[in-house]
Design a protein around this ligand. Sequence first.
Ligand code: NAD
Length: 294
Amino acid sequence: MTKIGFIGLGIMGRPMAHHLQNGGHEVTGYDLVEESLVELEKAGGKRADSSRSVAETTDTIIVMVPDTPDVDAVLFGPQGVAEGLSAGKTVVDMSSISPIATKDFAARINALGCDYLDGPVSGGEVGAKAASLTIMVGGPEAAFERTLPLFEMMGKNITLVGGNGDGQTCKVANQIVVALTIEAVGEALLFSSKAGADPARVREALMGGFAASRILEVHGERMIKRTFDPGFRIALHQKDLNLALSGARALGLSLPNTAMAQELFNACAARGGSDWDHSAMVRALEALADHEVA
Ligand code: NAD
């Protein structure tokens, strides 16, 4: 049994922590939201009163919070993880955050004699609940091997991509593909609908051919059935594309279609859609066409 710390018990963190408990590990958790801590206790876990206290009492500390500044606060803020660490522990950040900031966070944790892994995930709430997440890891191989049994309790497709930051880079790449595919599916269904074909039948036909994808299957259906409850919120995808675009700028490269996809998310947000599922990007295309997929 390993003593595991879990900081950030939201949509994703809560089911992930439960899988570790079900696997026989003692989980000590911390979150800003009281309700999450009550739930953890009910499930047999221990609650801590700060990230520092989690780091003091556990060996592997997993972080699953929304954005780069949140991870910064959890690790290095007052009452943060860094204040509670002692040499030999491992910090695993499974949030989706900046690859560049991740390299800095890893170096500062390493300076305390501890290992750092970035291990963002793909698969959403469904994957978190089913313990079938894809986990993209960056960090030293020995720390990866040591942590692999824990990853295997939360996910299925687990890859050591490279050094620190490479897991986050891989996740940004994932989010580029997802956003651009949502846009392509949206355009295709909008075109079909405007041309007078039934978009549901078009989707069905395309699912058997070269254009088939999980996005066409799942999000294509959402666009047709108009089910835009999240899922994955547009606000979180804007955050991820922002990482792609600011990274591209720092690297001196152009990602024109990623920029365009971000503009379409921005247009949704301007219409009150920050909390819509990201498949609702089609609504921005529909506004341009003055036509709804139907
Ligand atoms: P969420 O908002 O549901 O949960 C985040 C939790 O972190 C909240 O409970 C919040 O109270 C807690 N938190 C924030 N700051 C904190 C702090 N300083 N100390 C302690 N707790 C703090 O978010 P989520 O959907 O679980 O997403 C978490 C991460 O996973 C994000 O980076 C997101 O991009 C990524 N992700 C989400 C999905 C998805 O479908 N929801 C899929 C893949 C990846």
